[in-house]
Ligand binder design. Sequence first.
Ligand SMILES: *[C@@H]1O[C@H](CO)[C@@H](O)[C@H](O)[C@H]1NC(C)=O
Ligand SMILES: *[C@@H]1O[C@H](CO)[C@@H](O)[C@H](O)[C@H]1NC(C)=O
Length: 192
Amino acid sequence: MLYLLFVSVVLQTVLVGCAPPNSRQKREEGSFCILHGRDYSHGENFTVPESGPCVTYNCNHGSVRPIKLECRDGQGGCVPQGSEREYFCRTEVCEEWGNTIGFRTLHSSNCRDQFGECHPIGVPWTRDCQTYVCNKTNRNSFQIRTIAIQCQDAYGNCKELGESFIYAINRQLYNDCTCRQEGTRLRYECYT
Ligand SMILES: *[C@@H]1O[C@H](CO)[C@@H](O)[C@H](O)[C@H]1NC(C)=O
Ligand SMILES: *[C@@H]1O[C@H](CO)[C@@H](O)[C@H](O)[C@H]1NC(C)=O
């Protein structure tokens, strides 16, 4: 199983620039701003749907500037720049770059297994009598390797390959069963 971790970020575009006053409006030039067809009074602080609730703009004499840049926390709230979070086994930080703000991967030192659990590099874990370890193969890619294989008897206990144990096939218990490895799979056999 190879788990590649991608740098995925939820970006919010920060809109910058000056919106020219609409000539059809009778109000005095410089007393308001227009952004995305909506107008705002001089001094007004506002958010726009295009960049979400975590970017606040200010209208200043006809030009719009972002005055507060934060990241969405994914639960309807906002978190300031520099905030870190654990996300899909990665550590991410809220950062502004270019005209965007979002979470950037800071470092990743975990594998994510098929159950969504994170496992740090080099620390083995066992599930269903198989032992795995997370190995780093690249800067941002990790691999889960199987390092030990055991059989599992009818009661969930782990048994060595070749050892005799009780096993259930089609809900019928057999006393003399064993298992061996065939490629990447385990083959169970019972003797009657
Ligand atoms: C807009 O935000 C700035 C900075 O937080 C604040 O000083 C100012 O009072 C706010 N203006 C209004 C109209 O709320
Ligand atoms: C981890 O991966 C590297 C590169 O593929 C390899 O050289 C190393 O032997 C691996 N370690 C383990 C414990 O599998």
